[in-house]
Ligand binder design. Structure first.
Ligand SMILES: [Zn+2]
Length: 483
């Protein structure tokens, strides 16, 4: 059963208890915005996107596979495709491949804003695709190819918007930076991290940052039928823990009650059984607070009375993978190694468990949870890999930045309900937390659940309409932000 059906069952169940009717509906947090007329975007914009998609700017897990050529070709390509933007904005290259543009505003007293995206993409398994992943075919109303959603669309739509505005002589009052990373898919250490350090060294404090993360979704949020524009106000942290069990080796004819494999397996079973506790506090709770007024009345009553129904809501959300991830730090057992021969007792068994840390938890609290649940000193617990990160702080929904995003969404995606949300993956924007109080994660694209499989997967595509909508959003957003 999906989360929506489960919640419907829950409400139906509550109806039987006769709790409806006496409780007040929630008040909407949406703002009144005049929708703007359609911003015309021509098919020439599609052709320019195609050219960028054809370049194989792939980030491989193995650094020796890195090919600089397509990255440098990408630099030349955008410079040629967007001449006016390149005339009006100054460009710095960071660690050779990442691009930082400064669009200097006329009023130096205004704190700058930074919009970011990345032009590297993940590798493809070409034989699984129904089209050439780097062919950028335009067919059936879609543009097909790696990067159409993650994340060249945001890079190119921003260039289109900047070209559109500079060609018309637009000059912002507020300085706007674009930061286009080349290594987001492998951690962003040479790109976004270095860009943030460079701005920090120049004592630049940002009004807000906007990166990829969430989007305008349709048919994905339980309880809301229409479009929901989810603006990420926080993202989860990341840690993998390696568990190593050691035991006496020897011949398998006279085994002890538990081998290293048995010891480790028991621990892993405990970890799956005793998940890190979840909570409706924090960004996911805020999301529901914003959405509740737009849910059917029965659901409003449930979400407005968490003191009564909190436990029920939590158990319903916990039953679906995507909604469970919004509630808690997730536990994913991803690697297991042990044993060399069927008649030899293993002296060691190793497993790796990946945790995506909810903003209510921390690296330390997750480690404590694991040690407590396993409670076995035959197992050593160490941090695995070099990507551990704390969850991000929560950005405000009552800031100039959030209001600008909300207003522009209202102007361009006038049917969408805006709500803050939690990003369960990681983005490059985490590096900017020290130079900006507010970091938002939103891409102006309408996604349905069938679109999600293309991201890092097969047959990634975006509709032409969606791509043009992203350009329209950025044109308006730059005008609203620049003043
Ligand atoms: Zn991405």
């Amino acid at each position: 059963m999906n989360a929506r059906a489960r919640i419907a069952t829950l409400i139906f169940g509550l109806g039987l208890f006769g709790v409806g009717g006496c409780l007040l509906p929630a008040r909407s947090k949406q703002i009144d915005v005049e929708p703007i007329g359609k911003i015309a975007v021509g098919d020439d914009a599609v052709a320019r996107f195609v050219g960028a998609l054809e370049l194989k700017t792939i980030s491989y897990g193995e650094p020796e596979k890195f090919d600089p050529k397509p990255f440098l070709e990408f630099h030349d390509y955008v410079a040629k495709a967007y001449p006016n933007a390149h005339k009006n904005l100054s460009l710095r290259k960071v660690n050779k491949y990442s691009l930082v543009y400064e669009w200097r505003g006329s009023d130096a007293s205004l704190k700058p804003v930074l919009l970011m995206a990345h032009f590297d993409v993940v590798p493809v398994v070409a034989e699984d695709w129904s089209r050439d992943p780097f062919g950028a075919e335009v067919a059936e109303g879609y543009i097909w190819g790696r990067g159409t959603l993650d994340d060249k669309i945001n890079v190119i739509a921003l260039f289109e918007a900047a070209e559109h505005l500079t060609s018309r002589g637009y000059q912002p009052e507020r300085t706007i930076y674009f930061s286009f990373g080349h290594d987001e898919e492998i951690g962003g250490t040479n790109g976004a991290k270095a860009v943030a350090a460079m701005l920090d060294d120049s004592d630049i404090e940002l009004e807000f940052v906007m990166d990829e993360g969430l989007a305008v979704v349709e048919g994905i949020v339980p309880g809301v039928d229409g479009q929901v524009a989810l603006v990420g106000i926080a993202e989860k942290g990341y840690v993998s823990l390696e568990l190593t069990a050691r035991a006496e080796g020897g011949h398998s004819s006279q085994p002890p009650p538990q081998t290293a494999i048995g010891i480790l397996s028991a621990a892993l079973a405990q970890l799956e059984k005793h998940q890190v506790p979840g909570s409706l506090r924090g960004p996911s709770g805020e999301m529901f607070a914003w959405l509740t007024p737009h849910m059917p009345y029965g659901m409003q009553i449930v979400f407005n009375n968490k003191w009564l129904f909190g436990g029920l809501i939590k158990s319903q959300l916990a039953a679906g993978e995507s909604s469970n991830a919004l509630l808690r730090t997730t536990t994913a057992e991803t690697i297991f190694h042990a044993g060399i021969k069927d008649n030899i007792l293993p002296t060691e068994a190793r497993a790796v468990v990946n945790f995506r840390i909810h903003p209510n938890d921390s690296l330390e609290s997750v480690k404590r949870h694991v040690a407590k649940v396993i409670d076995d000193d035959r197992i050593e617990i160490t941090v695995y890999g070099d990507w551990p990160s704390e969850p991000s702080p929560e950005s405000s929904t009552d800031s100039a930045g959030f209001r600008l995003i909300q207003k522009t969404i209202g102007e361009v995606f006038s049917d969408a309900i805006v709500a803050p949300g939690l990003v369960v993956g990681g983005t490059d924007s985490r590096y900017f937390q020290d130079i900006s109080d507010d970091v938002y994660r939103f891409m102006p694209v309408v996604l349905r659940s069938e679109d999600l499989s293309g991201i890092h997967g097969t047959d990634e595509r975006v509709s032409v309409e969606n791509y043009k909508g992203a350009i329209a959003f950025y044109i308006r957003f730059l005008e609203n932000t620049g003043g």
